[in-house]
Design a protein around this ligand. Structure first.
Ligand SMILES: Cc1ncc(COP(=O)(O)O)c(C=O)c1O
Length: 399
C-alpha cells in the first residue's frame, strides 16, 4: 500500500473549497489589527488573539527593529550550544518577575513550551491529568511524555478528583501527578476555577501547571495571568504562556521554581534540539513587556470593549456560553448553521473563525469571536448590528 494513499483519497478540504464554505488559510494582505485586508476588502477582525493590540504599537515595532539591527535575523542554533543571546536571558528575568516566579525559560513557540515542559516533567511512573478541553499542544505534550494520561470533565472539580484518584492508583506509591489546565480556554473563553481545584490537588500532593496563552496581558492586576487574577500565584507551580497573542510576537515560556526550570532547561528535548527564539521576536516581546508595565490603558480599554461586546450579544439574545474574557463564543450548535453564518459575516465585512468538533464537543459548533484594545466603538456597533441582522435572517434570533 502506498503510504501517500490517504492523501490521494483525502477530499474533505477540496469539497469544502468547491462549495464555497472553506474558512481556512484566508490570505491577509495587511498588518494584523482591528481591521484587515482580505481579497482587497477591509474586514473587521474578530479572529485574532492580539488582545492588547500591540502588533502595531510603535514601541514594540521599534524594539523588534533594534534587535534585528543588532543581532540579525536568526540565532541559527539551539540555546544550549550556540544560540543563547543576552536578550533571551533578559527576557527570562523580566518575565519571571512579571508573573511572580523565581525563574523562566523561553521557547521558540508556545506549542514548544507545552510539549517541552510536559514531556520533560512527566516521567515513566508519573501521570499527567488534563482538562478535556485543554489545548492541542497540551495533548501532544502528554503523547510525547512517557507517563500515563488521565482526562477530566471540563472545569469539573469532582471529575478532577476522580482523575487524581486514578493517578494515585497508577503511581502505586512511585510517581507523581501534574495537573495541566488552560487558564482561559481558547475556544469558549471561560476560566479554569483554580481556587476550587487547589485544595483537591493539595490532598493528592499533585502539582499544577496553568497555560496562560489567552490570559497573559489580559487577566490579573497587571496582566500577570490567571493565578494572579485569583491571587494564587504561590500555589500555582508552573505558569506557561505564549508570545503569539498579547505579547504580539512569537515564542513561549514556562515559569516556576528555579530548580524545576533548571531541570526543564537541561532535559527538555523540544527545547534543546530546536533553534532559539529569533532576535526580532525577542525584541518585540521585550517591547510588549515595556508597554504592559507602563501603559495600563491598553488592558483597561480591552476590558471596556469586552464588557460592551458581552452585553451587546446578551441583549441580542445569543448564547455566549460561560465566557468571561475577550474570547466570546457565539454557540449555534449546528455545524452547517455555523458555516452559513460565517459566510454571511464575511460578505458583510466581519472576519470570524467557525469552530466545529473536535475543537469543541459534538453539538457545540460555534463562531469564535475575540476582541482587542484597538477595536473602535464604530466597529463594535457595526459588528453587533451585523450579527443581529444575520441572526434574524437565519432564525437564530426571533424575527
Ligand atoms: C491555549 C494555548 N496554548 C498553547 C498555544 C500554542 O501557542 P503558539 O501558537 O504560540 O505556539 C495556543 C495557541 O494556539 C493556545 O491557544
Amino acid at each position: 500500500m502506498d503510504i501517500f494513499q490517504k492523501a490521494f483519497d483525502y477530499t474533505d478540504a477540496r469539497i469544502a473549497r468547491d462549495s464555497g464554505y472553506y474558512p481556512y488559510f484566508r490570505v491577509i494582505e495587511s498588518e494584523s489589527d482591528s481591521k484587515v485586508l482580505v481579497d482587497g476588502r477591509e474586514l473587521v477582525m474578530l479572529g485574532s488573539n492580539n488582545y492588547l493590540g500591540l502588533t502595531t504599537h510603535p514601541h514594540v515595532r521599534e524594539r523588534a527593529a533594534e534587535a534585528l539591527a543588532k543581532y540579525g535575523t536568526s540565532c541559527t542554533g539551539s540555546r544550549l550550544l550556540n544560540g543563547n543571546l543576552d536578550i533571551h536571558v533578559e527576557l527570562e528575568e523580566r518575565l519571571a518577575r512579571f508573573v511572580g516566579k523565581e525563574q523562566c525559560l523561553v521557547f521558540s513557540t508556545g506549542f514548544g513550551a507545552n510539549i517541552g515542559t510536559i514531556s520533560a516533567i512527566v516521567g515513566r511512573h508519573d501521570t499527567v491529568v488534563i482538562d478535556k478541553d485543554d489545548h492541542a499542544s497540551i495533548y501532544d505534550g502528554c503523547k510525547l511524555s512517557y507517563g500515563k494520561v488521565e482526562r477530566f470533565e471540563h472545569n469539573n472539580v469532582a471529575s478532577l478528583r476522580e482523575g487524581l484518584e486514578r493517578a494515585s492508583r497508577n503511581a502505586n506509591g512511585d510517581g507523581g501527578a501534574l495537573v495541566v489546565v488552560d487558564g482561559v480556554f481558547s475556544m469558549e473563553g471561560d476560566i479554569a476555577p483554580l481556587p476550587r481545584m487547589l485544595p483537591v490537588l493539595k490532598e493528592f500532593g499533585a502539582r499544577l501547571m496553568v497555560d496562560d496563552a489567552h490570559a497573559s496581558g489580559v487577566l490579573g492586576p497587571s496582566g500577570d495571568g490567571t493565578a494572579a487574577h485569583f491571587g494564587v500565584t504561590g500555589e500555582t507551580d508552573l505558569i506557561m504562556g505564549t508570545f503569539s497573542k498579547s505579547f504580539a510576537s512569537l515564542g513561549g515560556f514556562i515559569a516556576g521554581d528555579a530548580l524545576v526550570i533548571d531541570y526543564i532547561k537541561h532535559n527538555s528535548r523540544p527545547f534543546i534540539f530546536s533553534a532559539a527564539m529569533a532576535p526580532p521576536s525577542v525584541g518585540a516581546c521585550l517591547g510588549a513587556l515595556d508597554v504592559m508595565e507602563s501603559e495600563p490603558q491598553h488592558r483597561e480599554r480591552l476590558w471596556e470593549v469586552v464588557r460592551k461586546m458581552h452585553a451587546g450579544y446578551r441583549d441580542l439574545g445569543f448564547d455566549t456560553g460561560t465566557s468571561e474574557t475577550p474570547v466570546i463564543p457565539i454557540v449555534l450548535g449546528d455545524e452547517m448553521l455555523v458555516f452559513e453564518f460565517w459566510r454571511r459575516l464575511l460578505e458583510a465585512g466581519v472576519f470570524v473563525n467557525p469552530v466545529r468538533p473536535p475543537a469543541v464537543p459534538a453539538g457545540r459548533a460555534l463562531l469564535r469571536t475575540s476582541y482587542m484594545a484597538t477595536h473602535t466603538d464604530t466597529q463594535m456597533e457595526f459588528v453587533l448590528e451585523t450579527f443581529g441582522r444575520i441572526g434574524r435572517e437565519l432564525g437564530v434570533l426571533p424575527a
